[in-house]
Design a binder for this molecule. Structure first.
Ligand code: PMT
Length: 400
């Protein structure tokens, strides 16, 4: 299924670089053309001769070829690629990617690459768990890069934990299923928001809501199953997306969700806004825990959060489809229609807390889909996975 695909394999300075040889063999066996770009540190772990023999192409490492002085164009490479895979990706390279530090051929190629980028981290458990690394990985996710999560296991340091690069066959399977989609949403990019947002009061307290993320995650899986590349911006939830075509970006607050959604939307064909975004946040966040004994009765001053749906509605371009949700407790139809108009949505999914088994936390939901033509379709109570399929049917029709 990877036949004829052009893949840039970026290799960095990690002991897991030896696995790159197996990755190249696997990709070439499947008919892909592989161009290796290696960092100077990467060459300490695996020789360019091994890599060029397996990939049947000279390995690129420097901006100029040492042999004849020709210029290696990172721009041409970036345009040639159907995908870029960085495996293994060290903490240093991930940090440079997240911050645009273009001091080697691999990073300049990454910054020029228009194709999907896959990153397979490899490092020691503490380096992987460090907040700096995790923030950099979140940043890459917010750029739409796919992180191929490392395994838990024995590491080169002989410690045991999370940080081992995934096995070559898993990495190839992830690339394969991402690049060779079929289904009604093949080649479409869909943004989904899911879960609650948490608005900080002090270091231990927040304003939140009961959203579990189940409905939004079911939508993400349904879109991916039908072939879409999905960018799932998730508020605080224990859920993890399963499908390899779902790129999950975790956020906490409405402001973070807003920034990621507005940044990603211009590259999307559609967005489905299922998150229960907090409408208000405390005007200021206390630096230390508020103590009842000393503070006594307190007043929280709340300021409105930005409306993500309305912002995307006003940025929406011809051909992009925007679907939202309305969670109501009364007069559902009136409020839902009003929200669809005000936020410039193409359709809205009404779910009401008046219906048993609908809304927050349940495994089921009962919805009505309303669109701009005046069509109103009511559905019976169903599992959230089935509800997601009904919503995706609507999206598919509108995208046509
Ligand atoms: O996560 P679950 O437990 O499975 O529950 C699913 C759900 C009940 C959260 C979901 O089905 C749902 O109804 N999500 C929308 C909840 C909501 O906030 O509705 P709303 O009527 O307040 O908002 C209307 C629309 O504007 C929504 O698409 C919402 O995502 C969006 N919005 C709202 C406020 C804001 N600041 N930005 C937004 O984008």
């Amino acid at each position: 299924m990877l036949k004829g695909k052009h893949i840039i394999l970026g290799i960095t300075g990690s002991i897991a670089a030896y696995k790159a040889a197996t990755i190249i063999r696997g990709l070439v066996k499947k008919g892909a053309e592989v161009q290796v770009v290696i960092t100077p540190a990467g060459k300490e772990f695996i020789t360019p001769l091994t890599l060029s023999t397996l990939s049947r192409k000279p390995v690129i490492s420097e901006f100029f070829s040492n042999r004849d002085g020709t210029w290696n164009s990172h721009v041409d490479l970036g345009l040639w690629a159907d995908a870029m895979l960085i495996a293994p990706a060290t903490a240093a390279t991930i940090g440079k990617m997240a911050n645009g530090i273009a001091d080697n051929m691999l990073i300049t190629t990454y910054l020029s690459c228009k194709a999907p980028v896959f990153v397979a981290p490899a490092m020691d458990l503490d380096m992987y768990a460090h907040p700096a690394t995790q923030e950099n990985l979140d940043r890459l996710r917010s750029f739409g890069n796919r992180i191929i999560e490392p395994d838990e296991g024995e590491l080169a340091s002989q410690l045991t934990g999370k940080g081992r690069m995934r096995e070559p066959e898993d990495i190839i399977a992830c690339l394969e299923s991402s690049l060779t989609s079929d289904g009604e949403l093949a080649n479409k990019k869909v943004l989904i928001t899911a879960g609650p947002t948490y608005e900080k009061i002090d270091p231990v307290r927040f304003i939140g809501n009961y959203s579990s993320g189940k409905m939004g995650f079911a939508l993400a899986e349904a879109c991916a199953r039908r072939g879409a590349e999905v960018f799932l911006i998730a508020g605080p939830t224990a859920l993890k997306a399963k499908h390899p075509r779902v790129c999950q970006v975790d956020v906490d607050s409405a402001e973070e969700m807003y920034l990621d959604a507005v940044g990603l939307f211009p590259r999307m064909d559609a967005a489905l806004l299922c998150a229960a975004v907090a409408d208000y946040r405390p005007e200021s966040v206390e630096e230390v825990k508020i103590k009842r004994e000393t503070a006594g009765k307190i007043t929280l001053h709340l300021v409105p959060n930005k409306d993500i749906a309305a912002a995307l509605g006003s940025d929406k371009q011809e051909g992009q489809i925007l679907g939202g949700f309305a969670l109501e407790t009364h007069d559902g139809m009136t409020h839902a229609q009003d929200k669809m108009e005000r936020k410039n949505l193409d359709f809205i999914v009404l779910n009401s807390l008046e219906d048993q088994g609908a809304g927050f936390r349940h495994d089921t939901n009962k919805i009505t889909i309303i669109d701009r033509t005046g069509s109103i379709v009511e559905y019976p109570l169903k599992k959230k996975e089935e509800v997601a399929d009904d919503i995706v049917d609507k999206l598919v029709t509108l995208l046509k």
